[in-house]
Design a protein around this ligand. Structure first.
Ligand SMILES: [Zn+2]
Length: 181
């Protein structure tokens, strides 16, 4: 077998592998609104609360004050803000402060919707905020533990608003409790 026929064999081998490979696509859609005025009354109220609660954030290092407010299925409202620390990794995001509070105050009660906003005191606050990777992981687990999707309303202090129907959509192929079984 000369070198050229050997190369052909290798190419054939990869062609066969490609034939058996499956390509899958992940995509999701979300709603975009130009401003809070386009939301219905309940969503607008929740987002306003999230915007206002940013004033309770403790963010002296980043100056990035985040507020999150949840409406639970029993009608209760729970809020969270980011809490930073001089030892930076100790700091907590608003979303995980909120989830911890909700789980403690109202265990097993599903969260219907969370509105998240921020006040960047060093810059603009008009671009919709989105949960960080760690918070996405926490949101996914919360959805699983109460078996209920969490709807997200994402915005700044003004400007566009993004609504995501299920927080888990932001973390495809996520790691979860099923992987530990
Ligand atoms: Zn986070």
């Amino acid at each position: 077998m000369d070198e050229s026929s050997l190369q052909l064999c290798t190419e054939d081998f990869f062609l066969i592998l490609k034939y058996f490979m499956k390509k899958e696509t992940y995509q999701f859609s979300y709603d975009v609104f130009d401003s809070i005025e386009e939301l219905d009354e309940q969503d607008a109220w929740l987002l306003n609360e999230a915007r206002e609660v940013t004033s309770s954030a403790y963010a002296p290092y980043s100056n990035f004050n985040v507020g999150a407010v949840a409406k639970l299925s029993n009608g209760e409202i729970v809020a969270g803000t980011n809490q930073e620390n001089a030892s930076y990794p100790v700091g907590l995001c608003a979303e995980r402060v909120l989830l911890s509070s909700a789980a403690t105050l109202y265990p097993k009660i599903p969260i219907e919707t969370i509105a998240i906003s921020y006040n960047n005191t060093m810059g603009a606050s008009s671009h919709p905020i989105s949960p960080c990777g760690m918070c996405r992981q926490s949101l996914v687990e919360y959805q699983e533990r109460v078996n209920h999707p969490i709807r997200l309303i994402l915005s700044g202090l003004n400007g566009k608003v993004i609504v995501v129907a299920k927080a888990g959509m932001l973390l495809p192929l996520s790691f979860g409790s099923i992987d530990l079984k």
